[in-house]
Design a binder for this molecule. Sequence first.
Ligand code: SF4
Ligand code: SF4
Length: 375
Amino acid sequence: MSAPENLSSPLGLLAELTHRCPLACPYCSNPLALDQRADELDAATWARVFREAAAMGVLQLHLSGGEPASRRDLIEIAAAARDAGLYTNLITSGLGIDAARLARLKQSGLDHVQLSLQDVDAETADRIAGYHGAHARKLAFSRMVVEQQLALTINVVVHRANISRVSALVETAAALGAGRVEIAHAQYYGWALRNRKALMPTPAQVAQAMQEMESIRPRYAGRLVIDMVVPDYYARRPKACMGGWARRSLNVTPSGRVLPCHAAETIPGLEFWSVRDRPLAEIWRDSPAFLAFRGTDWMREPCRSCDMREIDFGGCRCQALAIAGDAAATDPACELSPLHTIMRKLAESDASTDDDEYQYRGRSAAELAIAIPVR
Ligand code: SF4
Ligand code: SF4
């Protein structure tokens, strides 16, 4: 398939500066095989990528990881983003940045901070993160962000261990001074797929959480934006994953591969081009991975003749692969998919187990024993 004549510009770039992270979340969106430090792009290459992105029309840059603060040259990288004219958001666990480093990041042009919390309860939060003391450090970091008058979003991935505390999570975000809280359900590929039995919430938990959100939303109107939607496995229709494959944004991995979404490498057979070899605009336009599911030509029935095909773009390709074993299938989150009932039953079956042992990302049992005593 060739790129359409009317191909629009991407709006957002997610720059995964490193896969290194002090935490070990069992739902981490990083791949099972993490990029090594020696393979990471240097700051000069990131600066070139940011200039190319801005020239293409990208407005927002998300500095992500892993933990981006693991990069000693993070300030240099943030300054390059400012020089390219991008609005820059730092997605962080809050570990590894003290007040002085945060001040330098702000001076270098950082606009916004997105801090992840694992729970409101410190003991559970630390168990989920696989790091003793992480929660307290996150709270301290959030205070620094507000004191330095940087915009703050709190991000929480919810699953069976914490979804019963969504109201308390929103209250905590408001108390910390956030302007937005994003409550995202775990997405079941990569590490989360490996931990699905321990993470999947029950239908009753999800229904309760959605009801709580609706009832507390008016209380925060005008002072805290609350984002939370029904998770795919208990939904009737899918979401337009990434706003449609290769339509709005791109991800660059620590070693420079360019992906249409952060989980795209779970799909076998896709060819990803690298910013080491080609300009970003050429990759956006012509990369085989971007062309594979861009638009609607690749669709089969029931998506091909469905009125929703240019609204949800058939849902998530990675989820279609994980459940249907075929990335070109209709996302089983859609009730028109022949696998919709199977997906729901899978979720209910996983949710009914009492398995709560996590397989933490990227850590051996010995390393984890040092970070936190596992129950
Ligand atoms: S999800 Fe957890 S382990 Fe993964 S990068 Fe974020 S903080 Fe680190
Ligand atoms: S059939 Fe395809 S296009 Fe139609 S609603 Fe379902 S996923 Fe969306």
